[in-house]
Structures are given as C-alpha cells and as structure tokens.
Design a protein around this ligand. Structure first.
Ligand SMILES: Cc1cc2nc3c(=O)[nH]c(=O)nc-3n(C[C@H](O)[C@H](O)[C@H](O)COP(=O)(O)OP(=O)(O)OC[C@H]3O[C@@H](n4cnc5c(N)ncnc54)[C@H](O)[C@@H]3O)c2cc1C
Length: 442
C-alpha cells in the first residue's frame, strides 16, 4: 500500500467522502477511501438521514392508519405497533445501502482502507502522507491530494454523557420501545424531526429551545407555523428556555430550566434527547501539523474547498460556512474532484443549497429569509400562498402550511423560497432549479 501513490486519499466515508470517491473514479483518478468505521456510510446512513427518514415513513403510515375509516378503509380492526418490526425494517434498509456502497466501491475500483487517518504535515515532492491506524496496526497512504471528510458528532451538554435515558441521535434510534414521554433540548432540524416522529408514536413530547423560536435558521413565519402545528399535535414548546441541569431520576430524567421569563421550571420525562448541534470531528486528525486554518472546530476553505495547505481539501460537515447536510457534502465532494481532475465545475453556492426538515409537516427552504433580504438592503417583495387553497394538498390531508417567495421588487429575482406543508422537501427542488437558472418570480 505504501508504494502506491494515489491521486486522491479521502479521510471519511460518509456522503461527502464516498460521493467524492465515486466521482473521482469516474474521472479516472486513482482513489483511496479511508474510514475509521468498519462500515461505509457515515452519520447519514447509520445514525442520521436514512434511519430517521425510515422511522418518519413508519410514523406517517401509522398516522394515516389511525384515521383509516376516514379513507374508507375498514375491517382492519385496531392497528397495533410492532416496534421490533419497525426497528428491523430500519436496520434492513441501512444494511442494504451499506452493501450498495460496498458494491459501488468495488465497481469503481476504489481502494477502501479501514482505519483512523491522520495528516502528517505538508506534501513532500507533491505527495502527502496519511498515517492510518487500525486498532494499533499502523500503515501509511500516499497521495497527491487529500480530502478531509471526517464529519461531525452530536454535541453534549457539559457534564452529561449519553446513556439509555440521556440520548443523542445514536441511542434514540435503537430504543427498545417508543418512550411514553420525551423531552428534547434543541429545536434545530434534528430535535424537531425526532419530536415529530415520536409524537406520532404516542410520546408526550416537550421541546426546550434556548432561542426564541423553533428551527431558528428558517424564515420567521416558518418557525411560527411549525410551532402552531406542533402545538395542534399536542407537542409542548418552551422557547427562550435555558436548561440548567439534567438529572437521572428513579424512572427517568428531570430537567431544570429557566423559562422565557427567567422563571425556574422543571420538566420530568422518561427520556431526554440532547440535540444542541453537531461538532466537526477535526480534533485528532493531524491538522496542527499543517497550515490548515480553522474557524473553531470547522475547517476554513476557499471557493474550491481547498484549505490553506495546498493539495488538502475539506468537504461535508467539517467545512466552515456550509450547512451540515448530506447533499451539501456530496456536492462539495463532486466539486473538489472536478477541480482536481481539471474538469469544468461551478463552485458550491451557499444560497443555492436547500435545507430540508423532515417533520410533519415538512419544511423545505432555499436562499434568503425575508429578514436576511431586508438586512441586505433589497427592495423586498413577498408572495405567500396557503396549502389550504390547493386541492392536491387537501387530498393528501395536508392543507396546513404555505409557500413563501421572497423576491427583489426591481427585477423579480427570487431571493429565497420557504415552504412548510406536504412534500415541502420535494417541492423545494423546483425552487432551487428555477433559482439556479435565474428564473424570476414571473
Ligand atoms: C438525526 C440526523 C438526521 C439527519 N437527517 C438529514 C437529512 O434528512 N438530510 C440531510 O441532508 N442531512 C441530514 N443529516 C445530516 C447528515 O447526516 C450530515 O450532514 C452528513 O452525514 C455529513 O456527511 P459527512 O460525509 O460530512 O460526514 P459523516 O456522515 O459524519 O461521515 C464521516 C465519516 O468519517 C469517518 N471518520 C471520522 N474521522 C475519521 C478519520 N480520522 N479517519 C477516517 N475516517 C474518519 C467516520 O467513521 C464517518 O464514516 C442528519 C443528521 C442527523 C444527526
């Protein structure tokens, strides 16, 4: 292995890393993909996008079944939830796609190397060396370029450790049964998605968010609508809540927090999910031995995702200024490979990366919020249309929510699109395409 000089060595086989690997191979580059985990796929496939969306699909079916008679479906008796079967299906889907990835790596002749990779410093004679450690067994990989794609992990509150009651996105995906009550700290995409899913499965859900609104990165009207619809579904929402302490009790957990008025409150629940953001995994990958510049734990890159160390790139959740989303990572990986292979590419534009939040109802958004457009000095025009006026939405039982288009009054340029409602995460792709093609509101 040490004698081979690869065109590119990639550290991390999540969506950012494996997409880069495949694209590089398609361009005829010699690629090595190093992953610390025995199974490729990263957070997204094992403990992120895929298992959560699987549970969400179950939750949707379950929600519909609760009203089966309304759809004219009778004679099925009282439906019951076989949680073990729900988990089995989720795990089978993950396994199937891990196998799919393994097949793609073989098909594209990508060298998959198991082990934890670390940079050793700057390139020598144009060749970088990466140390690889597989349970103490050490080796080196040499490559002309290196892509860092080491992803992120859930942040924990100080003094807490995940266990069977204090959960992160990992533990919550394998609970032996849905909790009767679930407190969620953090109302970003991860927090609200799990809140939505477990509410469907019957849990009493309480959300505690430090900021004044749910999904704080979204347009303010989207946050308000989500809060309204979550409350309608019986989800308790505490925004402006500062969590002071989380303790294990005899049967569950106790969370002490100060509410929006600064008044001390206590919430008891069977489980608590800590969803307060994701920390880039960059602490122990040899960055200090290089000239790579950091923004906290995130890696600073230029327009072509190259770091300050020539020949070393970063993609995915570790990149400063890019959203921590699978498609953002995949696209970045493809851009880097095009750059390395000398192919045509367009840099990733932050304003064209859609955000998708898979709650019930869903949220899809791209570009500027109304407030951001105003801050940037545009002559802002807003158009909003409710799903209540759309028969297709009523047919799928999703007449709540709306589509909001933020545009510049002068030329009709679309600055942002914000959708909350049925299939919002699919609909948003249309907005992205129109914006990419510089279509106007007309
Ligand atoms: C609950 C949840 C739901 C989500 N749902 C969605 C969704 O619906 N849509 C969406 O777009 N995004 C979603 N995300 C975000 C998405 O999972 C991440 O943005 C995505 O996984 C990031 O990809 P990545 O390749 O950068 O890193 P990761 O997927 O985290 O992969 C990093 C890989 O690097 C490996 N690694 C780490 N350090 C080293 C090292 N030193 N050497 C070798 N290998 C190393 C790890 O083993 C891992 O395989 C979700 C996240 C969570 C937590």
């Amino acid at each position: 292995m040490a004698d081979t000089i690869y065109d590119v060595a990639i550290l991390g086989g999540g969506p950012a890393g494996y997409t880069a690997a495949i694209r590089g191979a398609e361009y005829g580059l010699k690629v090595a993909l190093i992953d610390a985990s025995p199974k490729l796929g990263g957070t997204c496939l094992h403990v992120g996008c895929i298992p959560t969306k699987t549970l969400l699909f179950n939750a949707e079916i379950w929600d519909h079944l609760k009203h089966a008679d309304e759809y004219g479906i009778t004679g099925i008796g009282t439906p019951s939830l076989d949680w073990a079967a729900v988990l089995k299906r989720k795990n089978a889907i993950v396994t199937r796609h891990v196998k799919g990835l393994e097949f793609l790596m073989k098909k594209h002749k990508i060298a998959v190397i198991a082990g934890f990779g670390r940079l050793t410093g700057s390139a020598r004679d144009g060749v970088h060396t990466v140390d690889v450690d597989k349970s103490g067994q050490k080796s080196q990989v040499k490559a002309k370029n290196v892509i860092l794609a080491t992803g992120s992990q859930a942040k924990m509150l100080p003094g807490l450790k995940a266990d069977d009651r204090i959960l992160t996105n990992i533990e919550i995906l394998d609970l032996p049964e849905p909790p009767k009550s679930l407190a969620i700290i953090g109302a970003g995409a991860v927090g609200v998605e799990f809140g939505s899913i477990f509410r469907s499965f019957g849990a009493e859900v309480t959300i505690l968010e430090f900021l004044p609104r749910l999904v704080p990165v979204e347009d303010e009207e989207i946050s308000k609508e989500l809060a309204r619809l979550f409350r309608k579904r019986g989800i308790e929402i505490n925004t402006g809540a500062r969590v002071e302490k989380v303790e294990r009790t005899e049967k569950g957990v106790k969370i002490s927090f100060n509410d929006a008025n600064g008044k001390p409150q206590v919430k008891e629940a069977e489980k608590v999910l800590v969803a307060v953001g994701r920390a880039p995994q960059t602490a122990d990958i040899g960055i200090k031995k290089t000239r790579i510049e950091m923004n906290g734990a995130s890696v600073k890159v230029n327009e072509t995702l190259e770091t300050a160390e020539p020949g070393i790139y970063a993609v995915g959740d570790i990149v400063a200024g890019l959203p921590q989303l699978a498609h953002s990572g995949s696209m970045s990986g493809m851009v880097v490979m095009a750059k390395i292979a000398g192919r045509a590419f367009r840099p990733v534009r932050r304003s064209r990366i859609p955000g998708c939040t898979y709650t019930e109802p869903q949220i899809g958004s791209v570009g500027m919020t109304e407030a951001q457009a105003n801050e940037q000095g545009y002559d802002v025009k807003v158009g909003t249309f409710p799903f209540a006026g759309n028969s297709k939405a009523t047919i799928v039982d999703g007449h709540d929510g709306f589509v909001k288009i933020v545009s510049d009054a002068k030329y009709g340029e679309i600055l942002g699109v914000h959708i909350i409602g049925p299939q919002a995460t699919e609909l948003i792709a249309e907005a992205v395409a129109v914006m990419e093609l510089e279509g106007t509101v007309e």
